[in-house]
Design a protein around this ligand. Structure first.
Ligand code: KIV
Length: 262
């Protein structure tokens, strides 16, 4: 398999091939995701919640993101590695370019920024600096306080029209794809039909060119699961059982055996 490029993702849309995207934040997980043939790994700032134990994504820092991007990049995956720019790290075009360059130095192939019309100068500047950008519209977790919670977007005509404007402007600015998060399915359908670049949905229904899931959610590792997640394996139970069995073995002298001893 060859390395995924932003161009290849656009061609997948042209061929009506669906795009599966997963998050990964560390070396072993990224290796397994890559070996499964997933073409895009997002090192999302969701790591703040699922790995670092924050309440939301707002406290995540550049240093934390870069630490995890480096771990994923060490896999040298075939998948396109996208680094998620954390809250308040792309307030101006200059700041966006400087921080996007740090992501590339850490091994990311592209970066993701949350927002539409409001972040166009930043998006244009990063693309002009030669760094591919993934857009992100709909429910923007970094704006959770402004949005008044994790609410489905696109429910009013005004909100649906703004989403359409956002994806169209992002496409014109040169993003190679756009994440559509928690948007009414019928509105997402219109967004997908309106642009030539892929829409990657999460909680946005079936009418996207691709889907993205947070890996801890789909492996059953997150205590609170969003409605839009599908759990593909229950790793929590497997880990609990393994830890309990190990504890019992140690306490009852069953581990280590002679084959684990020197
Ligand atoms: O941070 C993240 O993992 C994301 C995805 C949920 C799209 O932004």
């Amino acid at each position: 398999m060859v390395k995924t490029t932003p161009q290849r993702l656009k061609e997948m849309k042209q061929r009506s091939e669906k795009i599966a995207v997963l998050t990964a934040y560390d070396f072993p997980t990224a290796r397994l995701v890559d070996e499964a043939g997933i073409p895009v790994i997002l090192v999302g700032d969701s790591l703040g919640m699922v790995v670092l134990g924050y309440e939301n994504t707002l406290p995540v820092t550049m240093e934390e993101m870069l630490h995890h991007v480096r771990a994923v990049a060490r896999v040298k995956p075939k998948a396109l590695v996208i680094g998620d720019m954390p809250y308040r790290t792309y307030e101006t075009p200059e700041q966006a370019v400087a921080n996007a360059q740090r992501f590339v130095e850490a091994g990311a192939d592209a970066v993701k920024l949350e927002g539409g019309e409001d972040v166009l100068p930043q998006v244009r500047a990063v693309i002009a600096a030669g760094i591919p950008v993934l857009g992100h519209v709909g429910l923007l977790p970094q704006s959770v306080q402004k949005l008044g919670g994790y609410k489905v977007q696109g429910k009013t005509t005004e909100s649906a029209e703004q989403l359409l404007r956002d994806v169209t402007l992002l496409e014109q600015a040169g993003v190679f794809a756009v994440v559509v998060e928690c948007v009414v399915a019928s509105v997402t359908k219109k967004l997908t039909e309106a642009i030539a670049i892929p829409t990657i949905g999460i909680g946005a229904g079936p009418h996207c060119d691709g889907q993205v899931l947070v890996i801890h959610d789909m492996l059953g590792l997150s205590p609170r699961l969003p409605k839009h997640t599908k759990v593909y394996a229950n790793i929590t139970t497997a880990m609990r059982e393994a830890c309990a069995a190990y504890k019992q073995d140690v306490e009852q002298g069953r581990f280590p055996e002679s084959r684990q001893s020197f």
